[in-house]
Write a protein that binds this ligand. Structure first.
Ligand code: HEM
Ligand code: HEM
Length: 190
């Protein structure tokens, strides 16, 4: 699709993907910073993330080309080959997500899903949320165990985000293009 207002540029990220990304980043920051003192804000930003994940899952099948999982899920061999090229500093340019970026997105979506799910279960054990009272008296789901697992996945997601941002910076430098700008405007050079 050629964009008439911006000659030489093509639309890559649709508005839903861009809204998804920046809302996710903001709500993740809020959830991470409010875990203890501001539990209502923590829980609501967590629900927002859970909702975003459901929408993104549907969009991965029903959305436009570069939003689809089939556009960026590659075989492990292809991801490894891409990372090998990356070390040599010579990677092919992809209009959508590159193979390593695609693998990172899957990892992020997976880890975020486990973080929100374990959060909802831990909250249920405290008597709140949609699962309130489901796990009363159970060792695995009640008490501190689920909270520990929840904390682990929250921190694991932070680690993934760090590598995600490093990947975005590397990809931008290697191809002399601003990928952050592309995630804001939706457009890339043709
Ligand atoms: C300073 C912070 C961040 C920057 C600069 C950033 C930048 C980007 C960029 C440029 C892309 C597109 C990658 C590409 O061109 O292939 C992207 C995709 C993505 N980012 Fe981030 N990101 C940030 C934080 C986060 C956080 C905190 C999360 C999750 C907790 C996140 C999750 C994702 C996901 C899931 C995608 C895939 C988008 C999709 O296709 O749905 N990002 N990010
Ligand atoms: C991606 C979203 C989320 C992130 C990054 C996140 C992060 C965290 C972190 C880092 C903690 C601290 C763990 C500790 O110190 O013990 C925590 C605690 C907790 N989270 Fe989440 N969380 C998220 C979503 C949710 C959701 C959706 C719920 C429930 C609906 C939830 C409920 C809780 C509860 C009940 C605690 C224990 C608080 C306490 O009593 O100290 N979280 N979360």
């Amino acid at each position: 699709m050629k964009s008439l207002e911006h000659p030489g540029e093509i639309a890559v990220w649709d508005p839903l993907i861009r809204l998804f990304h920046w809302t996710l980043m903001l709500s993740f920051l809020i959830a991470y910073l409010t875990e203890d003192e501001l539990q209502a804000l923590h829980v609501y930003s967590g629900y927002l993330i859970a909702g975003l994940l459901v929408v993104r899952l549907i969009w991965g099948f029903a959305g436009p080309r570069h939003a689809r999982f089939s556009d960026f899920i590659r075989a492990p061999g292809e991801v490894a080959a891409y990372l090998g090229d990356l070390i040599q500093g010579e990677t092919a340019r992809y209009l959508g997500h590159n193979p390593a970026g695609g693998a990172m997105i899957l990892a992020l979506l997976f880890s975020l899903s486990l973080t929100t799910l374990t959060g909802i279960v831990a909250y249920g054990a405290e008597g709140g949320g949609p699962m309130a009272g489901w796990f009363l008296g159970t060792r695995m789901f009640g008490g501190e165990v689920m909270e520990e697992i929840h904390e682990f996945f929250a921190n694991f997601t932070v680690l993934l985000v760090a590598f995600h941002v490093i990947g975005v910076i590397l990809g931008s430098l290697l191809h002399g293009e601003n990928l952050v700008r592309a995630m804001i405007t939706g457009r890339k050079q043709a």
